[in-house]
Design a protein around this ligand. Structure first.
Ligand SMILES: [Zn+2]
Length: 231
């Protein structure tokens, strides 16, 4: 096998290593990423707070109804107790009771409205909580998948690095040095030649460049400086 063919193979391994490293970084950065879950949790917390406020309003409204009912009971006891005989006083008390009954109806209606709101808020908290549970399950599944993917990539990378090590030991050290030097400046360092043209910088090579490249010894493109490889 020619030296340039070996360098080309080395480059293919390097490209694969780079691509696997990119995937590994992507997957690693996705590990533990739970912004969507945190947002959903925050929404539930605020819904729960609203529900707590409504429940406290409900208790207040119910207390007001009870209070009004006991005031009515006391007034009615006076009214029908037979202790008051003055017609003016009786009529005024009757009026008071009927006013209080009107208020008590209003308070009951208000309490019922709040109970409806509480029930709606309870439903929405329960719905959001079960939705969050589904999201959590899905997240756990994805995290497991990511973690499996990361393990696979790591072992593939270890394999590739070992292969790279072996191959670079088989290649003439001068050629490897040249490859590494070019690679530090431009990637990829090896350019294939197709129909007499450097595949990367698209420059037509001279007859003598082509002839030297055909020998399989590393020849650099006169334009971009890459090692030319004729497949
Ligand atoms: Zn070139």
């Amino acid at each position: 096998m020619t030296v340039t063919k070996q360098l080309y193979q080395l480059q293919e391994i390097d490209l694969e290593i780079e691509s696997e490293e990119k995937s590994l970084n992507q997957k690693t950065s996705q590990m533990g990423e739970r912004q969507a879950l945190d947002n959903a949790q925050a929404r539930i917390a605020s819904q729960q707070q609203h529900l707590d406020e409504l429940r406290s309003q409900q208790h207040g409204a119910e207390w007001e109804v009870d209070d009004m009912l006991s005031k009515i009971a006391i007034a009615e006891e006076k009214l029908y107790g037979g202790k008051i005989n003055n017609p003016k006083e009786l009529s005024s008390l009757q009026h008071e009771v009927s006013t209080m009954k009107g208020k008590s109806d209003d308070l009951e209606n208000r309490a019922l409205e709040i109970i409806d709101l509480v029930e709606a808020a309870e439903k929405s908290v329960a719905g959001a909580t079960s939705e969050l549970q589904k999201m959590e399950d899905e997240w756990q599944r994805q995290q497991q998948q990511l973690s499996d993917g990361i393990e696979q990539l790591k072992s593939r990378l270890a394999e590739l690095r070992q292969k790279r090590q072996q191959l670079s030991e088989e290649i003439e050290s001068q050629a490897v040095k040249l490859y590494e030097k070019i690679r530090q400046q431009k990637k990829p360092p090896v350019a294939t030649v197709e129909q007499g043209i450097c595949h990367i910088c698209r420059i037509s090579l001279s007859a003598s460049e082509l002839q030297r490249a055909r020998s399989g010894q590393p020849v650099q493109c006169g334009s971009c400086g890459r090692i030319l490889f004729i497949p």
